[in-house]
Design a protein around this ligand. Sequence first.
Ligand code: AMP
Ligand code: ZN
Ligand code: FE
Ligand code: FE
Length: 288
Amino acid sequence: MAEKRRCDLHMHTVHSDGTFTPTQLIELAKQQGLSCVALTDHDTLSGVEEAQVTGNRIGVEVIAGIEFSAICDPGTMHILGYFIDPKSKKLQQKLEKIQEARRQRNPMIIEKLRASKVDITLEEVERESGGDQIGRPHFARALVRKGYVKNFEEAFDKYLAKGTLAYVDKRKFTSRDSIQMITEAGGIASLAHPVTLKLDGKAFEQKLDQLKSEGLKGLEVYSSCQNKEEAAKYKKTADRLNLFVTGGSDFHGANKPDISLGWMGDGVSIPYETIDGMKKLLLDCKTK
Ligand code: AMP
Ligand code: ZN
Ligand code: FE
Ligand code: FE
């Protein structure tokens, strides 16, 4: 019998807040026996090309993906996009705006840190990033390196998390706009780690109805941050709304050392049929 082809549809590189380069990540995927992965860096596609070149060389299929943060209350909402056209002009312009907002936010975080008696410069934070995007994890690493905190978690708890000393909000889009950006760039939108919405029961189901009406096509039923019971609940919602069941490890390398590439629950993996289904949907849309 042919071996089941395993997929992992959620992971980050140095182009956002991971610590592996795209090449290192795809090499690791190969070692782990994954046949198809989606690269889903936050707000950028800049790692995709290198990952695809490596993937073609060593035999791992790489889906061009992205992860957006959307406005949400009380929790956080992340929306994944798969099969994005990296050449989409409309999307490139939007991404440039998001990156510009980040560049404006970083000096504000520095200012707040300095006001909290932390002697730190933007250059020191930039040195922690291997790509072009600076975010709070890079601030966290710099704070650890300089000895202001013992570890990553303490950096967030004391300085970087919402409501703490140096928190600065990030520009976010609505869920409708996020899904539209993905769809306009030829992609398919899936709701990442639904557990972080912090919604239960009716409120959760209503939110999912809304997202579906806004064009959502998938639900990340399996994630390293969701347990078996949660996954079972999300599977029911996905079935009810006829959404693709997606899943991923949300691998970030050394920034989240407890998460292994390919792991989204014991014995769980996304079968290649899901990828086939998404490709078929996209083809049907194009020929309509
Ligand atoms: P940013 O996009 O700059 O706001 O940074 C968001 C990233 O910071 C997330 O993707 C996580 O990797 C990380 N992060 C956010 N909150 C925490 C936390 N409380 N502890 C550890 N990492 C966090
Ligand atoms: Zn991340
Ligand atoms: Fe996320
Ligand atoms: Fe993620």
